[in-house]
Design a protein around this ligand. Structure first.
Ligand code: ZN
Length: 282
């Protein structure tokens, strides 16, 4: 396993972790400030959300690289399946791919959306998802973008996802059979899976993202109460060992949605805490 105790070059911030302190909210940090503060602390990369980028993708990507970091990812496409899939899902997804390319991001994250109307369970929806991914994968490949399918905790089944495990996501990857479709392993979503090491080994090079946080023993909100690494019960070292044994050598992206706790704090404190936990806990 990689030694993170002195090296933070694989540490990336998912900007959602700063919650309501981004431009126009809370402590009002514009993108430029986020980049500067991450660079100061030795982060290796940043993962943005589309709403922060607007029409400034090229400029922001260049600014990140000028600060000696990389754009490690972009969140995220619209839902591709399920009742909340927008009518223009394909155009919007192509637009996301374009934005990721302009940013210089290697990947674009996909949260799939829930069970397709007119079907039950997830199997049919997974087949439909694979067909839709096959429609967009070639365009993403042309633009140099990998599409990262993110399995979600089963409690998000129904309205947000049809993929609950690495095995689910791998099945869809194999069905699409495009080299630029992979899987993002998120601690929050997969910490409970006692079969995770085997699933990661089976997924191998398909693992193209790793998202860090913790699962709080007494989670109070299934979407917005993620824990800081070390504050919960997820076996972070074991999960990273599984991902790295599968061959993953990429960024470790800290992604903490925490409305009542970390989003209320000074973003400087949040970033400092991330760095120290990353070195000691992850
Ligand atoms: Zn994630």
């Amino acid at each position: 396993m990689r030694d993170f105790s002195k090296d933070t070059s694989a540490l990336a911030l998912n900007t959602a972790t700063l919650g309501h302190n981004l431009a126009g909210y809370g402590m009002d940090w514009p993108v430029e400030r986020v980049i500067e503060e991450c660079a100061l602390r030795g982060f290796g990369g940043i993962v943005f959300w589309r709403r922060e980028i607007g029409t400034r993708a090229i400029e922001i990507g260049n600014r990140v690289r000028a600060a000696n970091m990389t754009v490690a990812g972009l969140c995220r496409t619209p839902y591709l399946v399920g009742s909340q899939k927008p009518k223009n899902w394909k155009d919007e997804t192509l637009h996301c791919i374009e934005m990721a390319a302009e940013l210089g991001s290697p990947t674009l994250t996909i949260v799939t959306g829930g069970t397709e109307p007119g079907t039950k369970g997830v199997i049919e929806t997974q087949k439909i998802l694979a067909e839709r991914l096959a429609e967009i994968a070639p365009y993403a490949a042309q633009r140099g973008i990998k599409l990262a399918l993110e399995p979600l905790n089963p409690m998000f089944g129904g309205n947000r996802t049809c993929l609950m495990t690495v095995g689910d996501a791998l099945k869809v990857c194999e069905r699409v059979d495009a080299p630029n479709i992979g899987i993002a392993v998120d601690v929050y979503h997969l910490w409970w899976d006692s079969n995770l090491a085997q699933s990661c080994a089976a997924a191998g090079h398909r693992i193209i993202g790793y998202h860090l946080c913790d699962w709080l023993e007494d989670t109070t909100d299934m979407l917005l109460d993620r824990g800081m690494m070390g504050d919960g019960v997820a076996d972070l070292k074991a999960i990273r060992a599984s991902v790295e044994a599968a061959g993953y050598t990429g960024m470790c992206e800290v992604e903490i949605f925490s409305q009542a706790n970390w989003w209320q704090r000074d973003p400087s404190e949040v970033l400092d805490t991330i760095v120290s936990r990353y070195r000691t806990i992850c």
